[in-house]
Design a protein around this ligand. Sequence first.
Ligand code: 13P
Length: 336
Amino acid sequence: MSERLEDIAQAMVADGKGILAADESSGTIKKRFDSIGVTSTEENRRDYREMLFRADEAMKSCISGVILYDETIRQKAVDGTPLADLIKAAGSIPGIKVDAGAKPMAGFPGEKVTEGLDGLRERLQEYHKLGARFAKWRAVIDIAEGTPTWGCIKANAHALARYAALCQENGIVPIVEPEVLMDGPVATHDADRCYQVTEWTLNTVFDELFEQRVLLEGMILKPNMIVAGKNASSQAGAEEVAEKTVRCLKSCVPAAVPGIAFLSGGQSDEEATQHLSLMNELGPLPWKLTFSYGRALQAAALQAWGGKPENVAAAQRAFTHRARMNGLAATGRWTA
Ligand code: 13P
C-alpha cells in the first residue's frame, strides 16, 4: 500500500467503507464490559477485539481502518498473530489513539483540555513501526450554562493542530476529532445551540490547522453531528439533523479535506446509520461522509457476545450487520 498521506487518507474513506473505533481506554472498556457482566482482564479484552477483527465479511467489505488502543496494538491473537496483522490481512488499516485523555482545564471550571503532546513524536515513531498508519486525538467541548468558553475551544484546537502536524511529520494520517458532546445538562441545548458551538469549534480548528501547516489532503475530520442534547426539551428529527450537519460542515470544512468520518456519540445504532445515509442523499458533497463509530458499531455485538466463546459467531453476525448497514449509509443507500 502507498505510504503517501493523501493515499492513506483516501483509503480510509473508500466508497462504502468506514472506520471501526475500537480504541476504548482501559476505563471505558471496563464500563462496556460491566454492562454485560464480564470482568475486564487483558485476556478478555483481547478475545473481544480479536473476535471483531476476525469478522471477515465486515472487515473486508465495510471497514477501511480500525482505531486501536495502546494495549491492543501490542497484543497477539490466541494463535500468536499480532492483532494489527489480522487487521492488515483483512485489507484494513490499523490506527492508534494517541491522546492521553481530556483533563480538567486549569482556570476553566467544568471544561476540559486534551493532553498528550509531550513525547508524542517518539510515540508516533514507535506506533508506525507497530503498523499504525493513522492516529486519533479527541478533544471534548461541553455545552452547559456559560460554556464552552473561547479559551477552552482555542486551547483544544491548538492541541489538535500540534498533534496533527506531528502525525504528518511521521507518516501518519491524523484523525482530528473535536467532539461537541450531546450529553450536556441544559434543557436549552437544542440542535441550533449545537450548530452554533460546532461551527465555532470547527472554524477555530481549521484556523489552527492552517497556522500549524497541516496538509488538509492528508487528514480526516471526525466531528459530531448536529443533534440536540440528550436533556434538551426540543429534539431534532432525522431530516433536520442531516440538513443542519451538512450545512454546518459545508460552511466550515475546506473541500481539500478528503473525508469526514463521524463519531456516534451516544446516538442509537439505527439513528447513527439513518443520519449518515440521509446526509449522503443530500449530495453531491465536496468530501466523503462516512462513519468512525465506536458504540454504534459495537453495542449489538457486545450484547450478543456476553463474554461467552459459544456466542462468538452470533456476535460477529451482529457486528457484520451494523457494519453493512453503515457501509450502505456511507453511500446514501440505506433503507429501514
Ligand atoms: P462513539 O462512536 O462511541 O462516540 O466513539 C467514537 C470515538 O472514537 C470517540 O472518540
